[in-house]
Ligand binder design. Sequence first.
Ligand SMILES: Cc1ncc(C[n+]2csc(CCOP(=O)(O)OP(=O)(O)O)c2C)c(N)n1
Ligand code: SF4
Length: 250
Amino acid sequence: MAIIYEKSKALTDKELHYCPGCSHGIVHKLVAEVLEELNLTEKAVGISPVGCSVFAYDYFACDMQEASHGRAPAVATGIKRVLPEAAVFTYQGDGDLASIGMAEIVHAAARGEKFTTIFINNAIYGMTGGQMAPTTLVGQKATTAPLGRDKAHCGSPIRMSEMLGTLDGAAYVARVAVDNIPNLNKAKKAIKTAFELQMQNAGFTFVEVLAACPTNWGKTPLEAVKWLEENMIPVYPLGVVKDIREVAVV
Ligand SMILES: Cc1ncc(C[n+]2csc(CCOP(=O)(O)OP(=O)(O)O)c2C)c(N)n1
Ligand code: SF4
């Protein structure tokens, strides 16, 4: 019988622990497909974060290293500098990257470290029960903001892609979403471009993925996708924020 679909060989057979409707599993699949298609699985080294995707090291069938809170970019820096031929990536949530590890990611990007970061923006801390993150929307409820994020008290959401895109060391920065099939295809294309540019030594590459956390948003998987489309995309516009190849031709 003809095989029309099979799990990427860049994923292990380990069953994912994510909640129904969580985007982490989808993004794992996209990253794995890209590694396989670019023939990078054997030379890939992934760095797991804290948060719900802490067990990414069990799911990707490549070398993996766990990093402590927010420190994945520092660990990736060391690994890539020692193994310049490796395809190094960090996989980080918004609590890990935009809060706890903000300095790490900013300075790695500023230094133009030649690894790829996959940044999962689900507008909340997932694993620890739904506390407010730097990415939480104004008015969005969180366990630490039960009445909704108050701009006067907590400020506005941080747009990591736009911020990192200002840094000279960033070669490619894009924001994608995994809410429907066309966007999934764009997300995969962006992840592929990020790895391709990394392997060309272009500089730091970063893909922000708008992702659903139905559990902590208190929604069904379908409601969560709709909420993401109606509320997150207007605040976090999709598209390529920076592509060094476009700068090069100007
Ligand atoms: C310095 C420090 N701050 C906070 C925590 C607790 N902590 C561990 S995982 C996590 C949440 C991470 O959330 P996020 O990165 O958004 O990932 P998600 O679970 O949503 O995928 C937090 C707050 C900690 N262990 N240490
Ligand atoms: S708590 Fe949210 S981010 Fe964590 S696995 Fe469940 S849906 Fe995914």
